[in-house]
Write a protein that binds this ligand. Structure first.
Ligand code: GLU
Length: 472
């Protein structure tokens, strides 16, 4: 195992300890919160052509203080036990920060998905699911996976189907996994959720005049410059929504094949189409090629969005970071050592355990939808519409004035599932930031958002443990 992987778990551990020092919690309780409760390491065979492939995979349940446990499944050649443990731990704190009532978990399958056909990936996914079922590591009340790096709604549908084939009588079976396709018991708005959550959080964060003044920035999203590392699900939606709804100017983007820059701004929608057609972002009209894909992290901009993998900003490149704000759309992109350097430079770091929590928040809505066996909005949409229509009619009658049909349609619209999902996500990101900012303001010795977010999480998790009681 390379030291790089070890350092991710170590970074999480150091960040935990730094925050724990600001709480009055008993040592033993902190140790219990920090430890991974269950680690399941497996090896299973899958037939690829005429060969047998032995697949190394994991599922880690970090904390059982709330059930079920929750977290994505990563497909990557770099997967290893410590990485999955670090990611599972982050899920616990993340869920606590946004008041999503789950313990944290994470899964990892050590494969490079690019190397396999769709059929082979399906075989690997189904076998992994069967292993989880066999050891009671999956179920709507036990542990609920979701997409992560290298997986998406397609894999989630295979997981559900495998679960259904083995647990057919379970009426709540659809809640055994989230991030499913909408027509397979998924929910509208889950795919964009993490990126949209990043946008709602940023919009809230930059609205505080005093906080922005400290960074030498004006409040508001409009016109802020942004650089994005990674155009996967999270990076692409963060860019699309920040540009379309926030008026942000994206000046640099990096992907697997390299990095590009344009002072005038890059149209992300067109760039995504260009990449689909050409298989690369390089050569996108109006942009300059950067020397290395890592250069995106050193671009002078207002907001840097690392949306790829962990350990991207380290001691070697941290001194060269010129962004004013870093929004950790990925999990753990900044090492603990690098963070100290960045904080000394006065950079505002928004921790991933808060800012990328939109995915798990909408996963929670999906799980609730699955348990209620009904889509959001079905009961009340028309009722609300009729009520608003009656109200408008009364106002028209009383004033003697009428409004246009177009205006009426806007005012009287009842909420669809997507409206409710977005509203719930917006509320979650705003309220959680308020709680974190409150800790930062109240505790004078804390001067960074990660420590404040951690303290907020530790207080919530510890109060659960203390209320539950611990076996004597
Ligand atoms: N993999 C995502 C994360 O790291 C989503 C997890 C989920 O929806 O359960 O937060």
């Amino acid at each position: 195992m390379s030291s790089n992987h070890g350092s991710f778990l170590e970074s999480v551990s150091r960040n935990f300890d730094k925050a724990a020092a600001h709480t009055n919690l008993p040592k033993g309780l902190l140790a219990q919160i920090k430890a991974c409760n269950s680690v399941y390491q497996m090896r299973f065979p899958v037939k690829i052509g005429k060969e047998y492939l032995v697949v190394e995979a994991y599922r880690v349940q970090h904390s059982h203080h709330r059930m079920p446990t929750k977290g994505g499944i990563r497909y990557s050649q770099k997967v290893n036990q410590e990485e999955v443990m670090a990611l599972a731990s982050l899920m616990t704190y993340k869920c606590a920060i946004v008041d999503v009532p789950f313990g944290g978990a994470k899964g990892g399958v050590k494969i490079s998905p690019r190397e396999y056909t769709e059929g082979q990936l399906q075989a690997i996914t189904r076998r992994y699911t069967a292993e989880l079922i066999r050891k009671n590591f999956i179920g709507p009340g036990i542990d609920v996976p979701a997409p992560d790096y290298g997986t998406g709604s397609r894999e989630m549908a295979w997981i559900l189907d495998t679960y259904l084939s083995m647990k057919g009588g379970d009426i709540d079976a659809a809640g055994c996994v989230t991030g499913k396709p909408v027509n397979q018991n998924g929910i509208q708005g889950r795919t964009e959720a993490t990126g949209r959550g990043v946008f709602y959080a940023l919009r809230e964060i930059v609205s505080y005049k005093d906080d922005m003044a400290k960074l030498g920035l004006e409040p508001g999203m409009e016109g802020k410059t942004m650089a994005i590392q990674g155009l996967g699900n999270v990076g692409s939606h963060t860019g699309l929504i920040s540009a379309a709804e926030g008026g942000v100017k994206i000046i640099s983007v990096a992907e697997y094949e390299g990095a590009i820059y344009s002072e005038k701004g890059i149209d992300i929608k067109k760039l995504l189409k260009y990449r689909k057609d050409n298989g690369t972002i390089m050569g996108f009209p109006g942009t300059k090629k950067m020397k290395s894909r890592k250069d995106v992290l050193e671009v002078e901009c207002d907001i840097l969005v690392p949306a790829a993998l962990e350990n991207q900003i380290r001691v070697d490149n941290a001194p060269k970071v010129k962004a004013k704000i870093i929004a950790e759309a990925a999990n753990g992109p900044i090492t603990a050592d690098a963070e100290e350097i960045l904080l000394k430079k006065g950079i505002m770091i928004i921790p991933g355990m808060y800012i990328n929590a939109g995915g798990v928040t909408v996963s929670y809505f999906e799980w609730l939808k699955n348990l209620s066996h009904m889509r959001f909005g079905r009961m009340e949409k028309r009722f609300n519409q009729n009520t608003y229509n009656n109200l408008v009619s009364v106002v028209e009658k009383l004033t003697g004035k009428t409004i246009s049909q177009k205006e009426r349609n806007i005012i009287t619209r009842g909420a669809d599932e997507i409206d409710l999902v977005r509203s719930g996500l917006e509320e979650t990101m705003i309220t959680s930031y308020g709680q974190i900012r409150e800790v930062l303001k109240r505790k004078k010795k804390i001067n960074d958002l990660r420590t404040a977010a951690f303290v907020s999480a530790l207080n919530k998790i510890s109060s659960d443990y203390l209320a539950l009681g611990i076996f004597p």
